[in-house]
Ligand binder design. Structure first.
Ligand SMILES: NC(=O)c1ccc[n+]([C@@H]2O[C@H](COP(=O)([O-])OP(=O)(O)OC[C@H]3O[C@@H](n4cnc5c(N)ncnc54)[C@H](O)[C@@H]3O)[C@@H](O)[C@H]2O)c1
Length: 334
């Protein structure tokens, strides 16, 4: 599937965070659709190290890349010597996905160092190489502002959201200083789909609830989950946005959601329908004060500025994902 006229064949493409969920899907997108593209994955891969919340410090996993035939450079974006390994290449496109993607890491120093400092280095590399820069921002830049979340009206409420917000500010300034460059930030909402399994507890509720149901358990949801709405976006539509971002009407940041919020209860119900179970729901109290009850991306500028058109409904996305959810059930996550 191709999304625009850009021929990525014979182009050199860097995907930071390419062993992670979105990055590995991008790597395979290019491999399958542009077999003569030179794709370079840069990722620190996972180690045993954990954050204070008990989650791993990085989720990149070699199993996401089995079958990938491009180059892999193992390195840390915090380390200038590692980043210098990329000087062996002159890139045409950089898709910058590497980050601490766990929104519940509250160590501000490590989040800011990893997500923000490295961005200067990668922007400088893009500028030197004349590369298009498409980077991952986040819906977390909006905090708990009321829906619809609209570009230009951000109010982050955790270090992760703030780090992405600062990346956006740096990108705006950089684009202003170097108007010949293409720099686009994509504010992903709740992404789900294949190759997210190794994000463990930070993977989407689609796979987590799917595996609860396959274990014969009622899916566990917060009370009032029919009223807790999120803008769930399928990985294929996220790939579409990344590709279209390479040729924007103008530089800037764009929302990547469907524009149609759905509830966590919807996910559980669709999964039970697809898996032909009738286990009910196990409701638990929501321990989070000030929990975001409703997200909905305003995608009007994404449509006009990128030509982005989300195609996959939650029903269709879950249906297509079921074989993969089944395949991964009970498999080793280490
Ligand atoms: N998945 C979502 O719903 C979502 C939503 C909003 C934004 N995002 C953003 O999209 C990007 C990709 O997210 P994802 O869901 O694929 O997460 P992910 O955790 O699977 O991918 C991030 C990758 O970056 C790598 N990484 C982390 N720290 C690194 C470091 N210091 N040096 C080198 N590599 C490092 C990890 O190993 C991992 O492979 C991230 O920037 C994330 O913040 C994702």
């Amino acid at each position: 599937m191709t999304y625009n006229d850009i021929d990525f064949n014979h182009k050199t493409i860097l995907i930071t965070g390419g062993a992670g969920f979105i990055g590995s899907n991008l790597a395979f997108y290019f491999q399958e659709n542009y077999p003569n593209a030179q794709v370079v994955v840069f990722d620190c891969f996972r180690s045993e190290a954990t954050f204070a919340n008990g989650n791993l410090q990085s989720f990149g996993h070699y199993k996401n890349l089995i079958g990938f035939t491009g180059d892999v450079v193992c390195g840390n974006i915090n380390n200038k010597t590692d980043l210098a390994l990329l000087d062996d290449y002159e890139f045409d496109f950089i898709f910058h996905q590497a980050a601490i993607s766990d929104t519940r890491v509250y160590d501000q120093e490590i989040v800011m160092k990893t997500n923000v400092n490295s961005f200067y280095d990668l922007l400088n590399k893009a500028q030197k190489d004349g590369a298009v820069m498409v980077y991952a921002s986040s819906a977390a830049t909006y905090g708990s502002l009321p829906s619809p979340q609209t570009v230009g009206q951000e109010s982050p409420e955790n270090p992760y959201g703030f780090s992405k917000y600062m990346m956006d500010q740096i990108a705006y300034r950089f684009a202003n200083d170097f108007p010949e460059m293409t720099i686009v930030g994509l504010k992903f909402f709740n992404v789900y789909g294949p190759r997210e399994y190794y994000k463990a507890k930070t993977s989407s509720m689609v796979i987590q609830l799917g595996h609860q149901i396959l274990a014969g358990k009622a899916p566990k949801l917060f009370e009032n989950s029919a009223q807790i709405l999120r803008d769930f976006i399928n990985i294929e539509d996220v790939i579409q946005a990344n590709i279209k971002a390479c040729h924007p009407q103008q530089n800037g940041t764009y929302n990547v959601g469907t524009g149609t919020p759905r509830s966590f209860q919807d996910i559980a119900d669709i999964l039970q329908q697809e898996l032909q179970t009738d286990l009910g729901t196990d409701y638990i109290p929501n321990p989070y004060a000030g929990y975001q009850m409703h997200t909905q991306a305003d995608i009007s500028t994404s449509k006009t500025g990128l030509g982005f058109e989300p195609k996959i409904s939650l029903e269709a996305g879950i249906k297509a994902y079921i074989p993969e959810i089944k395949r991964l059930y009970g498999t080793d996550i280490s």
